[in-house]
Design a protein around this ligand. Structure first.
Ligand code: FES
Length: 140
């Protein structure tokens, strides 16, 4: 079973921002890409550069000869060492998406007061609760 790590609250990781955490001895970057959260190992498959420190940008898209189309703004991370590019939402490389991929981790958003109650635990009187803060949780 995967270990769970609280990364930060949703207020602390706004769209376009990242947080690099140490989880289970691994450096992992957690990114907010337009309101969805994605986590990837902070290790470039090329020469083990600190990928998650790279620029978040867009990239050139496939297009007919003589035409240049730019897209995926905010979804691509470019390794700071030699410029390999990866899609933050899939971990796949831009240049060989099916062969060169990053290690990615699931991320969930959970209520700040989340807890579990086993089926056989005694019931107590409950009251309505609203969630005002949420935790971003990394599963390693
Ligand atoms: S180490 Fe990342 S592109 Fe070379």
């Amino acid at each position: 079973m995967a270990k769970r790590y609280r990364v930060c609250t949703t207020e602390e990781l706004q769209p376009g921002e990242r947080k690099i955490v140490d989880a289970d001895g691994r450096s992992i970057g957690v990114f907010n890409v337009g309101g969805s959260y994605h986590a990837l190992l902070n290790l470039c498959p090329h020469q083990r550069g600190p990928l998650c420190l790279g620029q978040v940008t867009g990239t050139m898209l496939p297009s007919p000869v003589g035409e240049f189309r730019y897209g995926l703004e905010g979804r691509i991370i470019r390794c700071p060492w030699h410029g390999w590019e990866f899609d933050l939402t899939t971990g796949k490389s831009v240049f060989k998406p099916e062969r060169v991929k990053l290690k990615v981790y699931p991320v969930t958003v959970e209520p700040a007061c989340s807890g579990s109650q086993a089926e056989n635990e005694p019931r107590v009187e409950t009251f309505p609760v609203t969630v005002e803060r949420q935790w971003i949780v990394l599963h390693v």
